[in-house]
Design a protein around this ligand. Structure first.
Ligand code: FES
Ligand code: FES
Length: 183
C-alpha cells in the first residue's frame, strides 16, 4: 500500500513520517513514536483509554486516522509533566488513589484536563458527565471524581496544551525540530 507523508507535532516535537492511509493515530503514537502511555482498550470507540489532545481538544485517538492529524499539535500523557514536576491532575490521581490497574488512567487524565480547561471548577455531576466517555473496570469512579475535584483547586490544572520535555530517543521517524512550550 502506498504511503502518505504526515507532519505533526507531538509533545512539542515535530515528526515527519510516511504512513499508510489506514493507520490510526493511536498506532502512530504507540508503534511509531513509542508513546505507549496512550492505551488501546477496545475496538469500538467506547473506552477512552486512547484519549489524547489534538490541537488542544480531547479526542479518542483510535477514531482519528494518522493522516487526519497532519499539521496538528498532539499532546499525550507523556507530555503533561514538566520534567520531574507532575501535572496537577497526575498528582491528584496519585494522592487520591484515582487508579488501580492504571489502564484507563492516561485517558482519564487527558479527558479530565480537557474538562478543566473548559470548566475550571466543575461540580461532581459535571465531572461525572465530563468523563462519561472514559470507562474504568476497577475503581468504581469515586476516587477518580475525587481526584479531578482536588486537581481543580490547582490554578494550572486546566493547562491542557502542555507538551513538556521530549524524552531522548522516544521518537522514531524523522524528528525535525523542537517547538517551545505551547506547541
Ligand atoms: S481504544 Fe479508543 S475508545 Fe477504546
Ligand atoms: S484503574 Fe483499572 S481500568 Fe481504571
Amino acid at each position: 500500500m502506498s504511503k502518505v507523508p504526515v507532519r505533526l507535532s507531538v509533545n512539542g516535537r515535530v515528526h515527519e513520517l510516511d504512513v499508510e492511509p489506514r493507520l490510526l493515530l493511536v498506532h502512530l503514537l504507540r508503534d511509531q513514536l513509542g508513546l505507549t502511555g496512550t492505551h488501546v482498550g477496545c475496538d469500538t470507540s467506547n473506552c477512552g483509554a486512547c484519549t489524547v489532545h489534538l490541537d488542544g481538544e480531547a479526542v479518542k485517538s483510535c477514531t482519528v486516522l494518522a493522516v487526519q492529524a497532519d499539521g496538528t499539535k498532539v499532546t499525550t500523557i507523556e507530555g503533561l509533566a514538566q520534567g520531574d514536576q507532575l501535572h496537577p491532575l497526575q498528582e491528584a490521581f496519585w494522592e487520591h488513589h484515582g487508579l488501580q490497574c492504571g489502564y484507563c488512567t492516561p485517558g482519564m487524565i487527558m479527558s479530565a484536563a480537557d474538562l478543566l480547561a473548559r470548566n475550571p471548577h466543575p461540580s461532581e455531576a459535571e465531572i461525572r458527565t465530563g468523563l462519561e466517555g472514559n470507562l474504568c473496570r476497577c475503581t468504581g469512579y469515586h476516587n477518580i471524581v475525587k481526584a479531578v475535584a482536588a486537581a481543580a483547586e490547582h490554578p494550572h490544572a486546566g493547562e491542557i496544551d502542555h507538551p513538556g520535555p521530549t524524552p531522548e530517543g522516544a521518537a522514531v521517524g524523522r524528528a525535525v525540530a523542537s517547538e517551545g512550550a505551547g506547541a
